[in-house]
Design a protein around this ligand. Structure first.
Ligand SMILES: Cc1cc2nc3c(=O)[nH]c(=O)nc-3n(C[C@H](O)[C@H](O)[C@H](O)COP(=O)(O)OP(=O)(O)OC[C@H]3O[C@@H](n4cnc5c(N)ncnc54)[C@H](O)[C@@H]3O)c2cc1C
Length: 400
């Protein structure tokens, strides 16, 4: 497994570090204090476009049909590869994970479009993100009030009506949904078919029937919006069914959803590593300042956190490397997702313990990281669900 990264990715990392301290962290602290997401017209988002961020990683139509990189063992992480994205995601989350998710771009809607979308759909929905003239967002909506971990239970319905589909249902906690150009929505054509009945649609902004946007209150990660919305007799053209009918005739619908989770789980996991690293740095700085580093038990616990974070990062990299080389990574993606948030929570908890009353006052970065990190065990499949997936795989039971 090649752990090196190419020059272009290194350059991007330097760029993020440069704005990390001066912009990303202060904006995250501000949103946390105000208790609301960074507004879409914030000048920071325009600045991100200028430095080449907020874009799609789709290579463009000339690069069809391959979306990945060459599958040589020796290939370093290149721009657009899963490993390159991991490096960037970890670094952005180190500075502020909430701000990182608020960045413009197609977001979690991009992996299903890349893996299942037709060329025309990539052109229409990812094309505008190649050289965006203004900050643009995409969104991904699977979760519903009655369907979280059990994604097979989604109740949002899709009914065929001529050359359109009519969608009805409620979605919750979708990142950046109210500011998005489009939302990738999962629905069912027949709930009794379970996963076989799932279909993914692109719902474009201003489609009649899409509305009731409510930005949820969250304990942490306040810089980005997690939004509930409804679909009421929403008419969606055939061309917006991701992959087209033919894709689902091959019974590939649910597999498509799972494949995109296998791509995004290591990404979410490595974001937890970024938060954990920030907590470790803050804890070390505090311990140094307050003469705690002379205590063997303090040193030992700090080092245990560092070791755990490095091990978690390697799990993320392994899962991403497999994805980059088009190899199955279900177990590795689950291992990364089950491990990283736990270690990151340990890092933030240790910080809170070391800080004592300073942390309890509620105005120290550690306290914010402690609130931010908890959700990392919940999003993209809870730690509990990952453990179920891995245990079933260990004893060779089929996935539920
Ligand atoms: C900050 C944040 C951002 C999010 N962003 C998005 C987004 O952009 N798009 C989107 O679609 N969704 C998003 N979500 C939703 C997220 O994916 C769900 O919260 C997650 O899948 C868990 O679902 P749930 O909250 O309904 O919990 P539930 O599924 O109700 O689970 C509750 C508890 O029961 C446990 N549990 C569930 N099933 C089992 C089982 N079979 N065996 C044992 N234990 C079980 C779980 O581990 C958990 O501890 C977001 C959530 C959060 C908190």
């Amino acid at each position: 497994m090649n752990l090196s990264i190419d020059e272009a990715t290194q350059k991007r990392l330097s760029g993020i570090r440069a704005i990390g301290e001066s912009q990303i962290r202060p904006i995250g602290l501000d949103a946390d204090r105000l208790g609301r997401p960074t507004p879409p017209d914030h000048e920071f988002f325009g600045l991100l476009l200028k430095v080449g961020l907020g874009r799609s990683r789709w290579a463009g139509e000339n690069a069809e049909p391959s979306d990945g990189e060459a599958s040589k063992e020796s290939t370093p992480a290149r721009p657009g590869s899963s490993r390159s994205m991991l490096c960037i995601a970890e670094e952005m989350s180190y500075w502020d994970r909430g701000v990182a998710v608020s960045f413009p771009g197609p977001g979690l809607g991009e992996p299903p479009l890349l893996s299942m979308g037709t060329l025309d759909q990539k052109r229409r929905f990812l094309g505008p993100f190649l050289q965006p003239e203004r900050p643009r967002w995409g969104s991904f909506a699977m979760t519903e009030p009655g369907a979280g971990s059990d994604v097979a239970a989604i109740a949002t319905s899709a009914r065929k009506d001529g050359d359109h589909w009519i969608l009805n249902g409620d979605k919750s906690f979708a990142a950046n949904a109210s500011r998005a150009d489009w939302i990738l929505v999962w629905a069912t054509i027949d709930a009794s078919q379970g996963r076989e009945g799932h279909r993914a649609f692109i719902i474009e902004r201003d489609t009649p029937g899409l509305g009731d946007f409510v930005i949820e209150r969250k304990m942490g990660l306040k810089a980005y919006e997690s939004t509930s919305f409804t679909l009421r007799d929403c008419r969606v053209p055939d061309e917006n069914l991701i992959g087209g009918e033919e894709h689902y005739a091959r019974r590939a619908g649910f597999k498509g959803a799972m494949r995109s989770f296998n791509a995004t789980r290591p990404l979410v996991a490595v974001m937890a590593v970024g938060i954990g690293r920030a907590a470790l740095d803050e804890s070390l700085a505090f311990a140094r300042e307050h003469d705690l580093l002379g205590l063997p038990r303090v040193r030992d616990r700090l080092e245990r956190v560092r070791r755990g974070l490095r091990a978690a990062r390697l799990l993320c990299w392994r899962a991403a490397w497999l994805a980059d080389h088009s190899q199955p990574n279900i177990v590795e993606a689950s291992m990364a997702k089950a491990t990283a948030p736990t270690v990151a929570l340990e890092a933030a908890s240790l910080g809170m313990e070391l800080l004592g009353e300073v942390g309890a006052r509620g105005d120290h970065l550690i306290e914010k990281l402690f609130r931010d990190v908890k959700a990392m065990d919940i999003v993209e499949g809870t730690g509990q669900v990952q453990r179920i997936v891995m245990a079933r795989h260990l004893v060779q039971l089929p996935r539920e």
